[in-house]
Design a protein around this ligand. Structure first.
Ligand code: PGA
Length: 249
């Protein structure tokens, strides 16, 4: 049985005070659900928010981390630094990181390995662009991203990873994949994982959907059999909207 994960990705949003208020509001809701609830704020807020959320069921994650342990990597944050503050999860290879910060399947694989070595739960993002979708290349892109990300990762480690399928044309556009189409693609991704690993592993890996998730579509998305949760951007910044999403049942 895969436990659903409802995750918020705040991206580069929220002042210090807004971040505190939002986490306090979400903590109460997270404590009242059997699903796992996670928020990924900008890294500068993580220490402060970890102290606020201590003792609640709300989990905190980073939006990225570096693949090296330490060193001359100006502006970067290591897995050990996240661990120091009790940060349990990290988004890896979000399409915005791939697009604006030159992350590749190779660097995603290195970050994934480092996160697993340091016992941080990774959420690896994959997804095709509109152009790739229209050219019928979505499946080959996903195959490249999944095999690249999971290269040389053992089945035991892989079973800890969550994958987020985020079609790039659905991110921040208000245009969501039809839940049945998202289900088909996520079933395809689970098939790819089955090729890499045993069934027992691929059945353990959570696969989330991301891309314009909102209160009006969460129920239909979560009804799909292979969709184990959501990665929410815009709607996770609004306490009422995120509450409705968490309470989709
Ligand atoms: P969105 O972002 O919900 O605003 O589309 C999702 C994401 O980028 O993770």
């Amino acid at each position: 049985m895969r436990k659903p994960l409802i995750a918020g990705n705040w991206k580069m949003n929220m002042s210090m005070n807004e971040a505190k208020d939002l986490v306090v509001a979400i903590m109460g809701i997270a404590d009242g659900t059997s699903d796992e609830v996670l928020v990924c704020p900008p890294s500068i807020h993580l220490g402060m928010l970890a102290a606020k959320a201590a003792g609640s069921d709300l989990k905190l994650g980073a939006q990225t981390m570096h693949q090296e342990d330490e060193g001359a990597f100006t502006g970067e944050i290591s897995a050990d630094m996240l661990k120091d503050y009790g940060i349990t999860h990290c988004i890896i290879g979000h399409s915005e990181r791939r697009k604006y910060f030159n992350e590749t399947d190779e660097s995603v694989n290195l970050k994934l390995k480092k996160a697993l070595e340091k016992e941080i739960i990774p959420i690896v993002c994959v997804g095709e662009t509109l152009e790739e979708k229209e050219e019928g290349k979505a499946e080959s892109v996903l195959r490249r991203q999944i095999t690249g990300a999971f290269m040389d990762i053992s089945g035991e480690d892989a079973s800890i990873v969550s994958v987020a399928y985020e079609p790039i044309w659905a991110i921040g556009t208000g245009r969501t994949a039809a839940p049945e189409d998202a289900q088909k693609t996520i079933e395809y991704i689970r098939g790819l994982l089955k090729e890499e690993y045993k069934n027992t592993v691929s059945e353990k890996i959570r696969i989330l959907y991301g891309g314009s998730v909102k209160p009006s579509n969460i129920k239909d998305i979560m009804k799909q059999k292979d969709i184990d949760g959501v990665l929410v951007g815009g709607a996770s910044l609004n306490n009422e909207h995120f509450k409705e999403i968490i309470e989709y049942k």
